[in-house]
Design a protein around this ligand. Structure first.
Ligand code: XBP
Ligand code: MG
Length: 282
């Protein structure tokens, strides 16, 4: 906008609650996977990476702390490439280095699926409860994750069995977009598939790259922190919580909009989404 443009013009050009009509009602919840649906990073992906390295004759070992730093690089292949570039660049300078990297990551994904199938990765508190409530109420459900589809599939199958295929209407995962979080592409892709405007949705995330991705796509975002993200500054999030909470095991609100009860439920999501729409229009 030109600097001397009248202020009214700015107001008119922005969407307002009235003109958005039905689309301002909460219609969909879009969930991140790793760290949000399940505590899968430290005891799942990290362990799988390390086993794949050992089985491939590499002496790389990602400690819990090292892995926390590496989470800034989203996507497993990208994470391996980043680590190799810093610590063993010779692996990336060979003629078949891309095929090597793809094979190493495929092995990691197979090991991860075995860990998940063996019951090593639990859903986070409140996840099954909230998904069930949203599904029964007809709220549309989607996934936006950087994780490989086969890894996601094993997680859903292990925890939701027969419902795994039908629970989420749209699944945006892995390489379906070229630029992974914190780029907004995966969220924009999901919105296009659902034919929904961002303000009719809420995203649930656990990390800064996730918050940045959803926010840049215009989607109000609720954060449930975990050990890796507990100290991060989630400014811009709608609400920041310890988890989604269960009856008798309340969620703790850490920042942002208050939590009315002890758990995040549909009524709470609707309240937060309405607040986000009002905030967007002021
Ligand atoms: C978090 C990630 C993922 C996993 C590894 O994804 O960064 O890359 O750590 O997954 P989310 P892959 O968006 O769900 O939080 O090895 O399958 O890429
Ligand atoms: Mg995550």
């Amino acid at each position: 906008m030109h600097a001397d443009q009248p202020a009214e013009r700015t107001m008119i050009s922005r969407p307002c609650t009235a003109t958005l009509g039905q689309s301002v009602v909460l219609q969909a919840a879009i969930f991140d996977v790793d760290g949000t649906l399940a505590g899968s990073e430290r005891d799942g992906h990290r362990v799988a990476f390390n086993r794949a390295f050992a089985q491939s004759g590499l002496d790389w070992e990602w400690s819990v702390a090292t892995y926390g730093e590496l989470l800034a690089v989203t996507g497993g292949k990208e994470r391996i490439r980043h680590f190799a570039a810093q610590h063993a660049p010779q692996w990336l300078q060979r003629p078949a280095s891309e095929a090597w990297l793809t094979g190493l990551h495929r092995l990691k994904s197979e090991i991860y699926a075995q860990l998940v199938g063996a019951g090593r990765i639990a859903l986070r508190p409140g996840v099954a409860r909230l998904l069930g409530e949203l599904r029964r109420a007809g709220v549309r459900l989607a996934i936006a994750t950087t994780t490989t589809p086969s890894s996601l599939h094993s997680l859903l199958l292990t925890h939701f069995g027969d419902q795994a295929e039908s629970l989420f209407e749209v699944i945006g995962a892995g390489d379906v977009v070229a630029d992974k979080k914190p780029a907004p592409d995966i969220y924009r892709w999901v919105l296009r598939q659902m034919n929904l405007p961002p303000q009719a949705c809420l995203a649930v995330e656990d990390s800064l790259p996730g918050l940045r991705a959803a926010t840049a796509a215009g989607i109000p975002t609720v954060i449930t922190v975990n050990a890796y993200s507990a100290d991060d500054d989630f400014a811009g999030a709608l609400s920041v919580l310890s988890d989604l909470g269960e009856p008798g095991a309340p969620a703790r609100r850490l920042a942002g909009a208050p939590l009315a009860g002890e758990c995040v439920d549909l009524a709470q999501l609707r309240l937060w989404q309405r607040k986000a729409v009002v905030d967007m229009n002021h």
